[in-house]
Structure formats: structure tokens, C-alpha cells
Ligand binder design. Structure first.
Ligand code: 3HC
Length: 292
């Protein structure tokens, strides 16, 4: 693999900040890009807090932390990626946002730069077609929390070149992840299995078969998973779960992929999980209202 000097991460929300941290920990020079100063500061704080937690737990030396922070630069100017070798986009899951980022990156970055998207619910092929280099666009799908989860899906499209896919796979290995090769179909592999499972759990909850705690306990104890499906929905984002269900439905039109009505209502009500302070569970510290 050719040597990369500079990696860009566009979008520093939960996923983007985690991805930037993962690359910097692996020794890459990383530029994190956000749309404005306050979003950029939130991203920087997210990485700092995560590294400090690791230091407090004795998992990371304070010198090592300084080295990682030295390898991380933050900016609101995408032009700073004009000499980036590899860029990962992690902005919210809206095609208009992706279009804005990818058309910009395509004009800013050198022709050889590989542009990767962390999308979980949009078509990588469609994103690649926004650029003049669809052969150099690939999906690099991380899992939440990105610094912890080993799996990374490398999503190839009918337009991506084998060299691009090989480099992205090698990059995933270099940052300590376990890459899995998948093609660009709704949900790829992991979410096509995982999110309908979360959706089924929401249906069980909605039909009052069991309380949310009982559902989560049943699954964690039965399948020895670290988290129950409703807790997991809150972690990944209730809106992200709905977006994945909707693309699965759009693509395959089978009842198995019909979103649970409650999932849609939760999103309409803004109960998106941890990021809004409330999803299936409450994270705001406020007293829990009676379940409707
Ligand atoms: N950032 C960095 N590190 C974190 C972290 C975060 N956000 N959250 C937890 N960690 C670290 C902790 O520091 C700890 O590290 P240590 O072992 O070195 O001390 C380790 O992870 C374990 O954390 P905790 O002891 O605090 O808590 P748990 O043991 O309960 O683990 C968990 C938390 C790692 C989130 C675990 O519950 C888990 O693996 N849950 C399942 C997550 C999952 O399935 N994610 C995939 C979702 S699907 C997805 O993202 C795809 C999308 O497209 C929908």
C-alpha cells in the first residue's frame, strides 16, 4: 500500500470524532473538518474526553495521548484537505449533505485521493456518482462506538476499482479494524441483519409483550450480547434505525423490512436516543414519564 501522510475526516459527530481518534491512534496525521467553529469544538472535545478516559483507566499513557493529539488538527475549511491522501466522510445521513461534501472534496482533493463514506443507509454508488472519480469512492462503514467496535465494512460498488477497495481494506487493517467485504445493497451485511432485529424488538415492546427492560434483559442474557436491542437503538440513534429500515424496505419490499409504527413515531417525536437525551430510555436525568 502506498504511504499515506494525511487523512481527512469530514463531520465530527459521534461517529466522525470516533473515526478521527481511531486514525490518529494508529499513527496517521488527521484533519477533522466541521461546518462551523462550535461543531468543530464539540468534535475536538469528544476526542479529548475519550482519550482522557483512556488515560484515567490506565489504557493510554499521557505522552501517548499528547502524540495522538499532536497528530490531530481541526478546521472548518475543507480546502485544508487539498493534499489529503484518504478522506472519510461522516456527516449526517442526508443525500443533500453528502452531495455538498463530495462535490467539494472532488474539486479540492488531488485526483488520486480516495474518498470514503461512512454512510449506513445511503447508496455508496449514488454518492460515488456525485464525483468525477467514482472508481476512487468506497464505503468504509464503522460501528458505534467507533474506537471500540472492531468491525468495519468495506463497501464496493459497480464503479469502484479493485485497487481502491484493496487500499481501503488495508487502511481498515492498519487502524486495527477487522474489514469485511460487502457490496452496495441496502443495509450492506451487518445492518441488514442487525436493524430488523432491533425493529422486531420494538414491535414486541409496542405489542406490550414485555417491558423494554425485560426485552433487553432477555436478549442480553439469552444471546450473551453486551446490550439489548432497545438500548442499542438508543446508542446508534433511533433515526438511524428508521433510515436503515426504510432503505431496506425501498430496496426489497418485503414485510420483514417494514418499520415498526412505534419506530416511526419515536423519530417524529424527536426521541432519537442518547444524542437527544431520550429514546427508549431517558438519559436526561429527568423523572421518567409514564409509558404511553
Ligand atoms: N468511545 C470510546 N471508548 C468507549 C466508548 C466510546 N464511546 N464506549 C465505551 N468505550 C470503551 C470503554 O472505555 C471501555 O474500555 P476498556 O475496556 O478499555 O476500559 C470499553 O469500551 C467497555 O466500556 P464500558 O465498560 O463503559 O461499558 P460496556 O462494557 O458496557 O461496553 C459498549 C460498552 C462497548 C458500548 C458495549 O456495550 C457494546 O459493545 N455494545 C454493543 C455496541 C454495538 O453493537 N454497536 C454496533 C451498533 S450498529 C452500528 O453502529 C451501525 C450503524 O450503521 C447503525
Amino acid at each position: 500500500m502506498e504511504e499515506f501522510d494525511k487523512v481527512g475526516v469530514v463531520g465530527l459527530g459521534t461517529m466522525g470524532a470516533g473515526i478521527a481518534e481511531v486514525f490518529a491512534r494508529a499513527g496517521f496525521q488527521v484533519w477533522g473538518v466541521e461546518v462551523d467553529g462550535s461543531a468543530m469544538e464539540r468534535g475536538r472535545d469528544h476526542v479529548r474526553r475519550s482519550l482522557s478516559k483512556a488515560v484515567d483507566k490506565g489504557k493510554l499513557g499521557s505522552e501517548e495521548r499528547s502524540g495522538i493529539l499532536d497528530r490531530l488538527a481541526f478546521t472548518t475549511d475543507r480546502e485544508d484537505l487539498r493534499d489529503a491522501d484518504f478522506v472519510v466522510e461522516a456527516v449526517p445521513e442526508r443525500m443533500d449533505f453528502k452531495r455538498d461534501v463530495f462535490t467539494d472534496l472532488d474539486s479540492i482533493c488531488p485526483p488520486g485521493t480516495i474518498l470514503a463514506t461512512n454512510t449506513s443507509s445511503l447508496s455508496v454508488t449514488e454518492i460515488a456518482a456525485l464525483t468525477g472519480r467514482p472508481d476512487k469512492v468506497v464505503g468504509l462503514h464503522f460501528f458505534n462506538p467507533a474506537p471500540v467496535m472492531k468491525l468495519t465494512e468495506v463497501v464496493s460498488t459497480i464503479s469502484s476499482s479493485q485497487t481502491t477497495v484493496d487500499i481501503a481494506t488495508e487502511v481498515a487493517k492498519r487502524i486495527g479494524k477487522t474489514p469485511v467485504a460487502v457490496t452496495d445493497r441496502a443495509g450492506f451485511a451487518a445492518n441488514a441483519l442487525l436493524v430488523p432485529f432491533i425493529n422486531d424488538a420494538i414491535s414486541v415492546y409496542e405489542r406490550r409483550i414485555a417491558s423494554r427492560e425485560e426485552i433487553d434483559t432477555a436478549v442480553t442474557k439469552d444471546a450473551d450480547l453486551p446490550m439489548g436491542p432497545l438500548t442499542l437503538a438508543d446508542l446508534v440513534g433511533v433515526d438511524v434505525c428508521l433510515a436503515v429500515m426504510d432503505v431496506l424496505w425501498e430496496e426489497f419490499r418485503t414485510p420483514r423490512y417494514a418499520a415498526a409504527p412505534l419506530l416511526r413515531r419515536m423519530v417524529a417525536a424527536g426521541r432519537l436516543g442518547r444524542k437527544t437525551g431520550r429514546g427508549f430510555y431517558d438519559y436526561s436525568g429527568a423523572p421518567e414519564p409514564a409509558e404511553e
